[in-house]
Design a protein around this ligand. Structure first.
Ligand code: SAM
Length: 314
């Protein structure tokens, strides 16, 4: 669907559950903040809303996220249902801790690609930044996904004083495995909103540290891509300059929470509930109008907000 600014809103992120098995310090203040929403929809209802958005509101690409989607018991039937509804572009964002054992069934169900969060290649630091988890499990998940033939990207959130010295290491790790790495600038979301201690590493600083090891060339990114793309001998990488060069003017994303609410903008997270449409026998017109309402909340400038990312999955 085209919004009033002419943006083609065709990507949907679905947070299937707010529960997570990590508690990254830039995402939440502690592990207890990750709670399943009390009014979380049953899987079949969430699937129905996603299907309606595909059929009537121009959604073509789905990214399943959370919380941690691999904790969602009905993830495989959920992916199957999305596939059966005709959606071909189904991806997932995950920390990969539980990936190794579930990747074959997810691939069979129709999952095509995974963005895997990996903030450090040092076991202790990995655990410190995520307040839980083991690096070994995530690395096993990466190997299993490659074996299953899934397309993989690595997402690394770069935090000053915590992991910025590993930018070139993670890039090298990705290149050795044919995986494109994307470095994320920290966003002023959730606990970081209006927090004086904002440990931003800018795109320019990341590039400088990569240039110490590689010769970097600017490359072409997709028009609606959130990342700026670069090439080094051996492969491509991206940087998502969330703070230093936000991409709001080309944002084609819509988000659906686990309790059936649309959120059109991270900086202006007004919720538009569509769960009542589950009971409508002909929801098309009202759905279209609610989608337009939700995307009308998109701001032209990223400001951040107190929205906790696990509610919308990044
Ligand atoms: N549990 C999954 C994972 O770890 O990938 C999916 C949910 S997580 C909220 C999705 C993405 O949001 C991750 O790549 C995470 O690093 C990113 N994220 C969360 N808070 C962020 C922040 N303040 N700034 C930048 N990225 C953030």
């Amino acid at each position: 669907m085209l919004d009033l600014q002419g943006r083609n809103i065709n990507k949907l992120r679905i947070s299937v559950s707010e529960a997570c098995n990590m508690a990254c310090s830039y995402c939440v203040t502690g592990i207890n903040e990750h709670q399943v929403a009390p009014d979380q929809l049953p899987m079949q209802d969430l699937l129905k809303l996603a299907t309606l958005l595909h059929r009537h509101a121009g959604i073509e690409k789905i990214r399943i996220t959370g919380g941690e989607p691999l904790l969602y018991r009905e993830l495989v039937p959920f992916v199957e249902g999305l596939s059966e509804s005709g959606l071909e572009d189904i991806g997932m964002t995950s920390n990969g801790l539980l990936l190794a054992r579930s990747v074959p069934s997810l691939a069979k169900a129709g999952l095509k690609h995974i963005n895997l969060s990996l903030d450090s290649l040092q076991p202790e630091r990995f655990r410190k930044m995520g307040r839980a988890g083991s690096l070994r499990s995530t690395l096993d998940g990466i190997d299993a996904s490659l074996e299953a033939g899934l397309r993989l990207k690595i997402n690394m959130v770069v935090v000053k004083g915590e992991n910025e010295d590993e930018v070139a290491d993670v890039l090298e790790f990705g290149i050795a495995r044919g995986i494109e790495v994307r470095f994320l600038e920290l966003m002023r979301m959730g606990p970081l909103y209006q927090n004086g201690d904002f440990k931003l590493v800018t795109m320019e600083e990341m590039l400088n540290s990569i240039r110490e090891r590689f010769s970097v060339t600017t490359a072409q990114a997709d028009e609606d891509s959130t990342s700026q793309r670069f090439w080094v001998p051996g492969g491509y990488f991206g940087i998502i300059p969330n703070e230093s060069a936000p991409f709001c003017s080309t944002c084609s994303r819509l988000r659906l929470t686990s309790n059936g609410k649309l959120i059109g903008c991270l900086s202006n997270p007004i919720e538009t509930s569509i769960r009542h449409l589950l009971d409508h026998h002909d929801p098309e017109m009202e759905l279209k109008s609610l989608v337009m309402e939700s995307v009308s909340y998109k701001k032209s400038q990223f400001t951040g907000s107190d929205l906790v990312m696990s509610k919308v999955g990044g």
